[in-house]
Design a protein around this ligand. Structure first.
Ligand code: GAP
Length: 512
């Protein structure tokens, strides 16, 4: 059995070998936690964007999109609270000189205890079989109860420390939990310090005053500051949403796990503006709608779960993550927040401009409440490729690596392959390719034995291969090979387009 760690290493190597993801500035030995998307990666990424964008702005008549600038007035980040509070609590181990996020150390510790509970439950489930009553077991088993008590106590203290910014006790908690540095194995910790995650730069000439600006750490503020523009010019009526896809930048200190935590990444965010008092209803709606969006890709539902926040950000009155089971465990993929009227009110205050909505049904003005859905594009990419990456042993004893990507997202939908490089087959292949390319991203490949070409297409996740052989020239039929089953069928050239269209259309995904 391959370990999750080995699986992840293989996935990273495969991503590079097949042009999905490269380390940034690799020929200069790389830039940490920054990645480039290669020729196949960019196609997959664009397809994910399209799926999200259309699901928001085309499938919902009351959601429109914008594309705001990365540079924004610096006061925006004062108003949003990022200048003062967009911090991570950091701690160093004095022996290994390694730096960690104090909150992550504690969360990992809690996850380990949770694992112990899960293992206890699994064991009992096996022992008792169908008669097993999980609820009764977790409420009576001594070891489970002790571990749960430990979790509750640490969680409570942890949340209190974060809420009151009690960094001394946060350090003490790490010591009390006997958390050791994974590298040195010691508990020789420094004090915990807060570290702001925003990158700053200079705009204009250096001699100008107040010219420090920030690279946006989230796209959401570009939506908030354009609320009035969009509402007025689009004559939008509440409830309505504004969607945006764009880059965000965070000086992540503990940057690891490939494209899971990057310093430059992309977010797909949607702010849904609602009547005050209706936000929790919409919060529930978007929680379910977003989970459905992920599951529609056909990834096993058991890889997703909701995680309600223990500690609410100062601006939120409800918050939940959709977590995905990455190769390194369940981690946040998307955040859904009920952000109240915090952001709009703060911009109203800092900009000195009224940001309100006149509700004709209620005949009153108010600052709208906001429900936000915010999903990392790169994390969605990682979730999809880690689910797709499959190593298979075939009946003839050989092996293949196949990316079982959802067909609708695959970089190439179809590869056109002349069986031989002679007898009119390449010309026929070109004719078919020239016809298909108007509808699909296709590849035409003439070199190497057909088996080798199939493997190459499997490795980048092409769902269909069309092979042109002698018979094609006689009766205008080709074989279509299905990536996942490797089965082949003989079909008329005239049917190729429709068969592929059915499988790769966003329309079918939305309708289902
Ligand atoms: N506007 C709300 C917001 O930015 P967040 O939970 O900080 O909330 C939202 O970020 C999503 O952005 C996360 O769920 C994650 O998918 C993605 N994300 C955040 N930081 C990231 C990073 N350093 N690298 C990659 N993705 C990141």
């Amino acid at each position: 059995m391959i370990t999750q760690e080995d699986f992840f290493k293989k996935l990273i190597a495969h991503s590079k070998e097949y042009g999905f993801i490269f380390q940034s500035s690799e020929i200069y030995d790389g830039l940490s936690a920054v990645y480039d998307y290669g020729q196949n990666g960019v196609e997959l990424k664009n397809n994910i964007k399209e799926y999200w964008w259309k699901s928001m702005t085309q499938m919902n008549e009351n959601i429109v999109g914008i594309d705001s600038a990365i540079f924004m007035h610096p006061t925006i980040w004062k108003a949003s609270g990022h200048v003062d509070a967009f911090n991570d609590p950091l701690i160093d181990n004095k022996d290994s000189k390694k730096r960690y996020r104090a909150d992550v150390l504690i969360e990992d510790y809690l996850a380990k205890i949770e694992d112990k509970i899960n293992k206890e439950v699994e064991k009992a489930e096996k022992r008792f079989g169908e008669t097993f009553d999980k609820a009764q077991f977790v409420s009576t088993n001594q070891r489970v109860l002790e571990n749960q008590e430990k979790i509750d106590a640490v969680k409570k203290r942890f949340v209190d420390d974060l809420e009151t910014n009690n960094l001394d006790d946060l350090k003490q908690l790490i010591i009390d939990c006997e958390i050791v540095c994974p590298v040195s194995g010691t508990r020789n910790w420094t004090d915990v310090r807060q570290f702001n995650l925003m990158f700053s730069t200079q705009m204009g000439s250096v001699s100008e005053d107040a010219n420090t600006i920030y690279l946006r750490p989230e796209t959401a503020q570009g939506i908030f500051v354009n609320y009035l523009n969009v509402q007025k010019t689009g004559r939008m009526k509440i409830p309505f949403g504004i969607a945006q896809i764009g880059k965000a930048f965070r000086n992540e200190i503990v940057a690891r796990q490939f494209i899971f935590r990057m310093r430059e990444f992309e977010q797909m965010e949607m702010q849904f503006f609602v009547r005050p008092g209706e936000e929790l209803k919409w919060f529930e709606h978007w929680k379910q709608a977003r989970l459905k969006w992920h599951k529609a890709l056909g990834i096993d539902a058991k890889h997703y779960r909701f995680h309600d926040h223990d500690k609410l950000a100062h601006y939120a009155n409800a918050a939940c993550d959709i977590e995905f089971q990455f190769p390194f465990g369940f981690k946040e993929l998307e955040g859904i927040h009920s952000r109240t009227d915090f952001d709009l009110k703060r911009h109203q205050e800092f900009a000195g401009k009224k940001i309100q909505y006149f509700d004709p049904e209620l005949n009153e003005n108010y600052v709208p409440y906001v429900v936000e859905t915010s999903v990392g594009l790169d994390r969605t990419f990682l979730a999809i490729i880690s689910n797709a990456f499959t190593e298979e042993k075939l009946e003839d004893g050989s092996e293949r690596v196949v990316m079982k990507l959802p067909a609708v997202l695959a970089p190439y939908k179809v590869a056109v392959l002349p069986l031989m490089n002679k007898d009119g087959m390449p010309e026929m292949a070109r004719k078919i390719f020239d016809n298909l390319k108007y509808d699909f991203k296709c590849q035409i490949e003439e070199k190497d034995a057909i088996g080798k070409r199939y493997r190459r297409q499997d490795a980048i996740g092409t769902p269909f291969c069309i092979t042109i052989d002698h018979q094609t020239l006689e009766d205008n039929t080709v074989t279509i090979r299905y990536r996942d089953t490797m089965q082949q069928e003989r079909i008329s050239v005239n049917d190729v387009n429709k068969i592929i269209q059915d499988k790769v259309s966003l329309k079918n995904l939305f309708k289902n």
